[in-house]
Design a protein around this ligand. Sequence first.
Ligand code: IMP
Ligand code: MG
Length: 185
Amino acid sequence: MSVSANMEQDVLRTLLSEEQLKQRVAELGRQLTEEYRGKDLLLVTVLKGAVVFLADLMRCIDVPAEIDFMVVSSYGAGVKSSGVVKIVKDLDIPLKDRHILIVEDILDSGLTLSYIKQMLENRGPASIRIVTLLDKPARRKADLKADYVGFEVPDDFVIGYGLDYDEKYRNLPYIGVLKPEVYSE
Ligand code: IMP
Ligand code: MG
């Protein structure tokens, strides 16, 4: 089975509804507003999955904040498990003495993000924390914890609200579990 004309047909079940996402993102926004009041906040997002979360979250954070993006790619199958990545597009904004909040869609093995976090730490920020919408702790390989988590999720392959399978379903407005037959074809 390949991707259907109607995205809904490929969703096994809804994991998080639009309403659940909206409420939790607003809560996170309120919490982050308190944490970063009076601090020079820079939101850093690794493209592409977290763009939907970022777009909603940033409008719920009521302190001045800048945003910046980075694009990375794995070096290849052989080193993928190490999490070592190549920077395809680096951040434009220097991190020195800034309070950095990495905005992530889902924390899975954590290998890529732990590598990126270390790389950004070397640039001398005042602080560096992670907010992830979804956390799959069962799959963690790297010694990495998010500072703020939207939802803990089971080890299912999920799509929507920015998350993709083969670059598709990012525009689904809620988070669903993908039917296994879609990716095991
Ligand atoms: P990690 O380095 O294994 O933590 O990789 C995390 C990345 O894998 C996320 O940013 C997603 O792009 C992708 N990913 C992991 N699990 C899922 C999932 O269930 N659905 C969609 N993408 C996922
Ligand atoms: Mg992805």
